[in-house]
Design a protein around this ligand. Structure first.
Ligand SMILES: C[S@@+](CC[C@H](N)C(=O)[O-])C[C@H]1O[C@@H](n2cnc3c(N)ncnc32)[C@H](O)[C@@H]1O
Length: 200
């Protein structure tokens, strides 16, 4: 399976799964609690998908640029955009071709496990942030490889907090905190964490 195929097949029905919607709401509530959101901020949503997280956060900030490598996921996002409630879509891999713009914060949900090189990920996020900008990254806690039915584009079976903290620390971030914020119930429970940090 090519990395995009998972989302090619699922994009149209992505928002129909209540556990996905609930996860995005829980991540948004945790970001709102942990990060200093205000209506002056420009945020980057990395792996925005259909905008499940982004549209929850949008009313609290000035603007969100949603980047994704999947055209079909962004098509779903665009259908949800209105003139009052608008996430700017950007199709492309900013890990390969960074944006010119710098942001006040980066948010992301359930995308990190699809990114192979974590050192490069944190460096690139730091490169996209203003001084003291923040990241708020939600993903799965360490799991046994059963979360996805097909693991071909899954580079990490969740994350161990200390390992991830060390990587963030060594690649441009300080004040790193990781908290469990949610659990996803499938045939068993999977923990979801939120990592927050500031650019050094
Ligand atoms: C599991 S989905 C999560 C989507 C959304 N954040 C949510 O919570 O519903 C992961 C998303 O990350 C995107 N993605 C994977 N690799 C990416 C990359 N290198 N850059 C940007 N997006 C990427 C996928 O296309 C997909 O839309």
């Amino acid at each position: 399976m090519q990395p995009q195929n998972r989302f090619l097949q699922r994009a149209k029905d992505w928002d129909k799964l209540p556990r996905r919607v609930q996860n995005a709401k829980s991540v948004a509530a945790a970001i709102d609690k942990e990060c200093p959101l205000n209506t002056e901020l420009s945020l980057l949503d990395f792996g925005v998908g259909t905008g499940l997280l982004g549209f929850e956060i949008l009313p609290c900030v000035k603007e969100i640029i949603g980047v994704d490598t999947s055209e079909v996921m962004l098509e779903q996002l665009k259908e949800k955009n209105t003139t009052e409630h608008f996430i700017t879509p950007h199709l492309g891999d900013i890990l390969q071709t960074p944006l010119e713009k710098k942001f006040d914060g980066v948010i992301s949900s359930m995308t990190l496990h699809h990114i192979e090189n974590l050192e490069h990920f944190f460096q690139t996020m730091a490169q996209h942030l203003q001084q003291d900008g923040f990241i708020a990254i939600a993903d799965l806690e360490k799991e046994d490889g059963t979360f996805h039915s097909n693991n071909e584009d899954v580079f990490h079976f969740g994350f161990e907090s200390q390992t991830l903290k060390n990587i963030a620390q060594n690649n441009g971030f300080k004040n790193i905190k990781i908290k469990q914020i949610h659990t996803i119930q499938k045939t068993k429970e999977y923990g979801v964490f939120l990592l927050t940090a500031q650019k050094k």
